[in-house]
Write a protein of this length. Structure first.
Length: 112
């Protein structure tokens, strides 16, 4: 698992790959926290290359969404594989976190 970041205008895009589970969820959280500063107004978590996420990983995403909401920043996830999309739906995360099919779609949603 690795977190890489880039910018598209004023939006921070964090990309993760591999697996996020109980063995590396703290590292995942630390990497996201290090990448996201208090001045961020929009963050997209691109999960295109993520192959697996456990409840520990979902917890990190929920905490990230909550922290960003507290700083009045927008947050979305995008490019979920079918199995990970299913995990988000079963857990109800699709009701509380903005999910988009692609990075471009997520970026466009921030401009609405």
């Amino acid at each position: 698992m690795a977190v890489r970041t880039e910018r598209q205008g004023t939006t921070l895009i964090a990309k993760t790959d591999g697996r996020v589970d109980g063995t590396n969820a703290r590292e995942f959280q630390a990497d996201l926290e290090a990448a996201i500063d208090e001045s961020e107004r929009a963050v997209i978590l691109d999960m295109e290359e993520l192959s697996y996420i456990s409840s520990a990983g979902l917890r990190v995403i929920l905490l990230t969404a909550k922290n960003l909401r507290n700083q009045n920043a927008k947050f979305a996830v995008c490019s979920l594989s079918e199995p990970i999309q299913e995990v988000f739906e079963i857990s109800g995360f699709d009701k509380i976190i903005s999910i988009h099919a692609s990075q471009a779609e997520a970026l466009a949603s921030f401009n609405d």
